[in-house]
Ligand binder design. Structure first.
Ligand code: ATP
Length: 527
């Protein structure tokens, strides 16, 4: 655990030191759970967006994009259920005055029970060596069975309390399990209350004309209210999808773990409209598709897993999370939900407008069903940084052991693709380097650097994940070749200066990953 926290801390300070992410309004000591993206962060973020946007809107002929406003008519949030049901159960500790999510306290307690089992397994594996049979151990060891029984009993009680919105029972579980406040160490808890996560503001300049409006807590509703506009003007035929990237806001009770849980964040959502009755097939299809999109980045399939939901949101009849192996363990990066006709049906009811699709094959109209894929851009960003961050021991210029931090970001997503470095600031080398820079800069994000030793300049580029450094030296004057230095294995090779653009393009082109995905022919699964 301490090691995991340590690696998250390293990523946070690296992000700050190298211009990826800064705390918001830092000169005023920051604002809780709000962050700004710096000069390198914004490039990486834009590249992730491009990867997602092109995958959705270019690789799928039947998916188009929109960009809806953040402010929406307040009725939207009544219809969607957010005004009445977008709540988290909160509990306060009277001694520390700290506020917690009651569900999180119980889940963390349960995680500790799971960790207890893992420890028993680890101990036994050491004791029995090659003869260790994990399955057998799990099904026979007395301690493990007792802990597992406690987990099962707790899970059943917890799920029932959540599903029936039984706040007293949630509190009773916390009392019965003797869960203490991590700060004060006491069990002096208040009642559990519901807390609505939507930010409110007022619209209008005259106070008696003002109306309460909300900052959208998800981008999805902007898509639903535009369903008819897009379907009609785009002459879309079901099945079809609408994609959107945009900001969302949630007044999270406990916002922590850096950009994993923020109060202002960005979502990339796609709502796929389908014929009622086909939702389980499309749900499976999008599960497969989205996992492939993640895995195509090459971080290893073991770093992803599905977590199917037992407790479903009020609008869903099936849901799964794609979880990524973050420094703090496996956590949700994307949700895939079968939202039925709930949202369109509700908007039809609240607006009094018919929101339907006339199916020419069936010769009848219906409210389409929806499969949603919803990914947090900031969480995706954190997943990429945590999988890319490496500390390595290397041999320095002087032969001594040195350390380097390298971000092995997939080249297509790297903020800077190529750094152009004249060996020295004289003898005509900067002029050649600047000319090369001019040739490259309109095609790729490039950096030009002439300060410090070449070794130091390489280290700085490693730290922001630049896949290629190109050094212009005295040999360049003689034969028009340059040294290309590769980020991952630090290999160096000489190539002709006019071949640099081709090399960068062949290795950093996002279209290579997209092409690989486009070639995967995934059929719509049977029931
Ligand atoms: P969680 O259970 O972690 O609160 P959620 O299930 O409420 O997340 P969704 O409503 O399904 O999340 O939102 C879709 C995606 O938006 C999530 O998979 C996540 O990547 C992202 N997301 C949600 N809340 C936040 C947040 N507070 N900060 C950053 N990203 C978020």
């Amino acid at each position: 655990m301490a090691q995991q926290e340590d690696s998250l801390k390293k990523i946070i300070s690296h992000c700050k030191e190298y211009g990826f992410i800064f705390p918001s309004s830092e000169i005023y000591d920051g604002l809780a759970a709000v962050y700004d993206y710096g000069q390198n962060g914004v490039e990486l973020k834009n590249n992730i967006k491009e990867y997602w946007w092109k995958f959705m809107t270019r690789l799928h002929e039947n998916i188009v994009g929109i960009d809806a406003a953040i402010f929406m008519h307040p009725k939207t949030w009544e219809a969607s259920g957010h005004v009445s049901a977008f709540n988290d159960p909160l509990i306060d500790n009277r001694d520390s005055k700290k506020r917690y999510r009651a569900d999180n306290l119980i889940e963390e307690y349960r995680d500790k029970l799971y960790a207890k089992i893992d420890k028993e397994v680890e101990k036994a594996a050491k004791r029995f060596g090659d003869k260790f049979n994990k399955e057998q151990f799990l099904s026979t060891n007395e301690h493990v069975l007792k802990t597992q029984a406690e987990i099962d009993e707790l899970t059943a009680r917890y799920d029932k309390a959540l599903n029936s919105n039984d706040l007293e029972e949630l509190r009773q579980i916390i009392i019965d399990k003797e869960i203490v406040c991590p700060i004060s160490g006491t069990k002096n808890w208040t009642e559990v209350r519901q807390f609505n996560l939507m930010f409110q503001t007022k619209m209008g300049s005259v106070s008696d004309e003002q109306s309460t409006i909300y900052l959208r807590p998800e981008t999805a509703q902007g898509i639903f209210v535009n369903y008819l506009n897009v379907q009609k003007t785009g002459r879309m035929k079901i099945p079809f999808g609408i994609a959107q990237i945009g900001k969302a806001f949630r007044n999270e009770i406990v916002a922590r773990q850096f950009i994993f849980r923020m109060r202002e964040f960005e979502q990339m959502e796609m709502q796929f409209f389908i014929k009622p009755g086909t939702e389980m097939r499309w749900f499976k299809y999008w599960k497969t598709m989205r996992r492939k999109w993640h895995e195509a980045l090459g971080f290893g399939t073991d770093n992803y897993r599905f977590h199917d939901h037992e407790k479903l949101a009020h609008y869903a009849n099936a849901a799964t999370d794609i979880e990524f192996n973050f420094p703090m363990g496996f956590r949700e990066v994307e949700g895939i939900h079968s939202r039925t006709d709930f949202d369109l049906g509700q908007h039809q009811k609240y607006s009094g407008k018919k929101i339907q699709y006339f199916d020419p094959e069936m010769n009848e109209s219906y409210v389409p069903y929806v499969i949603e894929t919803s990914i947090g851009l900031d969480r995706m960003f954190l997943s990429i940084l945590s999988a890319s961050y490496c500390e390595e021991e290397i041999k320095g210029d002087d032969g001594k052991t040195d350390k380097r931090v390298v971000l092995r970001i997939p080249p297509a997503l790297a903020p800077v693709k190529v750094a152009v470095l004249p060996l020295v600031k004289k003898d005509g080398l900067p002029e050649i380097a600047e000319k090369l820079m001019k040739d490259l800069m309109y095609r790729f994000d490039c950096r030009y650097e002439e300060k410090d030793t070449i070794g130091k300049r390489y280290r700085r580029q490693d730290a922001i994940g630049t896949p290629f450094c190109v050094t212009v030296d005295y040999d360049t004057l003689k034969d028009n070749t340059v040294t290309v230095r590769y980020r991952d294995d630090m290999r160096q090779e000489r190539i002709a200066i006019d071949k640099v653009a081709d090399l960068v393009s062949a290795n950093c082109d996002l279209n290579n990953i997209l092409k690989h995905l486009a070639d995967e022919d995934i059929a719509l699964p049977e029931e």
